[in-house]
Design a protein around this ligand. Structure first.
Ligand code: PPS
Length: 198
């Protein structure tokens, strides 16, 4: 990583505390992690809708969206995934500083990278949400048809098939989606997350 001793950050007049006072809540980073097809984006989106309708300023950063813009130069090698999560963590940090409730929905398969995101925004601002849907279920759903392609050898380095997913050890929120509707999962999330936004 390069650093430049000639870059000196500017201290702006309006601070995060000013924004907190104005908004009436503290910003957070809700970091959804889980296998492809586990339901990260669906649940993050359902939660965002609820929060948006209930007075919170929110923003979602999502795998397929960020990878078609900011991170379109990255593939699915371990190094690229690391860089993907590093950039997303930095962008999230800015959005949290802007006073938003940020929801990220990335596989983010490596513990170390999730820990880096946590330390960048501060432990007190970070909520890890493990969307725990077993591989067999994700593969059964196969909403995008990617598991079938990966099994056929057409997508190398596919998470859960030939690329690892390191399960979170101590997530603030752990949701097991099998047997739950989206609405039921959302209710589980709200029960666990709303107290953390106070
Ligand atoms: S990562 O591991 O955090 O960098 O991945 P992420 O940025 O979340 O991107 C995951 C989405 O990319 C599609 N896709 C793949 N996923 C996993 N492995 C491989 N090789 C791959 N190739 C493409 C897939 O649609 C993922 O979307 P989600 O929403 O997770 O299903």
């Amino acid at each position: 990583m390069s650093t430049n001793e000639n870059i000196i950050p500017h201290q702006h007049t309006i601070t995060l505390e000013d924004r907190v006072k104005k908004n009436g809540y503290r910003p957070k980073l809700l970091w959804f992690t889980g296998l492809s097809g586990s339901g990260k984006s669906t649940l993050a989106s359902a939660l965002e809708t609820y929060l948006h309708q209930n007075g919170f300023q929110t923003y979602i950063l999502d795998g397929d969206n960020v990878r078609s813009g900011l991170n379109k130069d990255l593939d699915f090698s371990d190094d690229s995934r690391k860089e993907n999560i590093r950039r997303i963590s930095e962008v999230s940090k800015l959005f949290v500083d802007a006073g938003l409730i940020v929801l990220t929905a990335f596989i983010s398969p490596f513990r170390e990278d999730r820990a880096t995101a946590r330390s960048l925004v501060g432990d007190e601002n970070f909520i890890e949400v493990f969307v725990d849907t077993p591989l067999e279920e994700c593969e059964k759903r196969d909403v995008k048809g990617l598991y079938a392609k990966a099994r056929a050898g057409k997508i190398p380095n596919f998470t859960g098939i030939d690329s690892p997913f390191e399960r979170p050890e101590n997530p603030e929120v752990h949701i097991e989606t099998v047997g739950l509707t989206v609405e039921e999962s959302l209710n589980v999330l709200l029960e666990k997350i709303l107290p953390l936004l106070k």
